[in-house]
Design a protein around this ligand. Structure first.
Ligand code: NAD
Length: 516
């Protein structure tokens, strides 16, 4: 462990209590339970939340189904009004919830606030969407007929979320599901129950205001189930849940996907990434340095879109990589609540040991590792701060092919664009990707059918940090789901094709004759 000069961190448990009270959470909800909440900033315990039993979870899901039967009857623009009120609550409580996110996950202050802003943005998007759940009319081959498609509410939407975006992922799903006419059941990460409690309280306030204004809203419209994997499994297996949107590791998706398929339920799987960027000979290296540094080191490497593989053209390698190394050596690591810190802690000891294992594996296959060591902070002995690691590799092998959820950037050199595109795509994951170039041909090739095979492909922007307007998700072992913007809402509804005959004859399709 190396020592970094820093101020001593004081206890955060009292501040958490105050924030939860401000956000409307009763003390009884976060004291005396069995689900232990900790802050990775100091490692101290910040709450003990009550877990739901498997039997209670099933009852709650049944109630959410009953709520769906009512909610689907409410006109979509009225449903949007509830989401508008949720957005108002989030705006009014952005500071407190953002701070709580920073404390519970260890994000730097601007990222904690940014997560809440993302919730606000998707609420705005969903409010507009509530008046745009369009179907099509389709030309029919039969005279005096009309054919159209219409979108109906689907049912209970199950949401399983990961620790690293503890509340935004709920909101991406919840805002769309609610305007689409569904009820929602959320199983938050067991590592982040306090932000889930706060979000539940803000939603309850929005629902109360909606009801006071005469809005018809059933009570179990939104349910939160606190617990671990076993409770997630209840949600996945419940026959009254036609859609589960599950965000987390590929291992989780491998367990959840077949169970949903087995009962023909829909899945939106948002799983691990192994995101890459290509730095070409014409790249603007100043811009690239900032893009790469944020994408690789930001959020301490704990974003699904974190940059993990970097291919640098051999003609710029010796200029660019030493600059990047200097950034790695000088980046400020420390208490994420303090101004100036850019890299906060890892979530827990498990994340730290996975990181060390991956670095050992990289060394074993010839990787040259810079950084990666634990950084000591006074007053935070139970916390896991690390210097982000930059690993120079000669080939894409061993740990480079896997996602390690920690700040490790594997750097490789390349000569030829076609060859590097092949390498870029030659990993099991397919979430996000970037090219840094001022060459139009290279940029367009990267975005073309023979370019990046990821769900997100960027030019002159790092792979991390998406806007809610676009559909978000990835291919291959990333799971194939799409949520948030564009037409992602269609996954939350069921489509019916309607054909109406307004004539007096009964022509059959394809000219079939069936004259009695
Ligand atoms: P995790 O897989 O350990 O847990 C995620 C959630 O799944 C938790 O709520 C957990 O209780 C639940 N869960 C685990 N196994 C389950 C099962 N068999 N049945 C039902 N529920 C189950 O992930 P994590 O450590 O919290 O988060 C980090 C991972 O999430 C990384 O791999 C990261 O890339 C991924 N992630 C992906 C996206 C995306 O949009 N693609 C976004 C955020 C995080």
């Amino acid at each position: 462990m190396t020592d970094t000069p820093s101020r001593s961190i004081t206890s955060l448990a009292d501040e958490v209590d105050a924030l939860l009270a401000r956000l409307g959470v009763e003390p009884g909800r976060h004291k005396g339970g069995t689900l232990v909440a900790r802050t990775p900033i100091t490692g101290e315990i910040t709450g003990r939340v009550h877990e739901v039993s498997a039997a209670q979870a099933a009852v709650e899901i049944d109630k959410a189904h009953a709520a769906f039967l009512e909610w689907r009857q409410v006109p979509a623009p009225k449903r949007g009004e509830l989401v508008r009120l949720l957005g108002e609550e989030l705006r009014a409580n952005k500071e407190a919830l953002g701070r709580l996110v920073s404390i519970e996950v260890g994000k730097i202050a601007s990222e904690g606030l940014g997560e809440v802003q993302e919730m606000i943005d998707i609420c705005d998007f969903a409010v507009g969407l509530a008046r745009q759940l369009y179907g099509l009319t389709i030309a029919t081959e039969r005279s005096e007929h009309r054919m159209m498609e219409i979108w109906h509410p689907l049912g209970v939407t199950g949401i399983i979320s990961a620790f690293n975006f503890p509340v935004a992922v709920w909101c991406w799903n919840a805002a769309l599901a609610l305007v689409c006419g569904n009820s929602i059941v959320w199983k938050p990460s067991e590592k982040t129950p306090l932000t889930a409690l706060a979000t539940e309280a803000l939603f309850a306030r929005a629902l109360e205001r909606f009801k006071q204004a005469g809005g018809p809203a059933p009570d179990a419209l939104s349910v939160v189930l606190f617990g671990g994997r076993d409770i997630g499994e209840i949600l996945v297996d419940h026959t009254k849940v036609p859609l589960v949107s599950a965000t987390g590791s590929t291992a989780m998706g491998r367990a959840v996907g077949p169970r949903l398929a087995n009962r023909f339920a829909r899945a939106i799987l948002e799983l691990g990434g192994n995101n890459a960027a290509i730095v070409t000979p014409t790249a603007d290296l100043d811009l690239t340095l900032r893009g790469v540094a944020f994408a690789a080191m930001g959020t301490a490497g704990q974003r699904c879109t974190t940059l993990r593989r970097l291919f640098v053209h051999e003609t710029v390698y010796d200029t660019f990589v030493p600059r990047l190394k200097r950034a790695y050596q000088s980046v400020t690591i420390g208490d994420p609540l303090q101004a100036g810190a850019l890299v906060g802690p890892l979530i827990d000891h498990g994340a730290y040991s996975s990181m060390q294992k991956a670095l050992d594996a990289a060394r074993a296959v010839g990787g040259h590792v810079l950084g990666g060591e634990r950084v000591a902070l006074a007053g935070a002995d139970e916390a896991y701060y690390v210097r982000p690691a930059l690993v120079e590799m000669s080939t894409q092998t061993g740990p480079v092919r896997h996602e390690t959820f920690a700040p490790i950037l594997y750097v490789m050199t390349y000569r030829d664009l076609d060859a590097v595109l092949e390498l870029h795509n030659d990993v099991p994951q397919g979430l996000s990707s970037s090219i840094f170039t001022n060459d139009l041909r290279e940029a367009e090739t990267f975005l073309s059918a023979r370019g990046s095979d990821c769900g997100i492909a960027n030019v002159n922007i790092g792979p991390s940090g998406a806007e809610i307007g676009g559909a978000f998700g990835g291919e291959k072992e990333t799971g194939g789901g799409r949520e948030s913007g564009s037409d992602a809402w269609k996954a939350y509804m069921r489509r019916a094709t309607n054909t109406i005959n307004f004539g007096r004859t009964l022509p059959l399709a394809q000219g079939v004759k069936f004259d009695l």
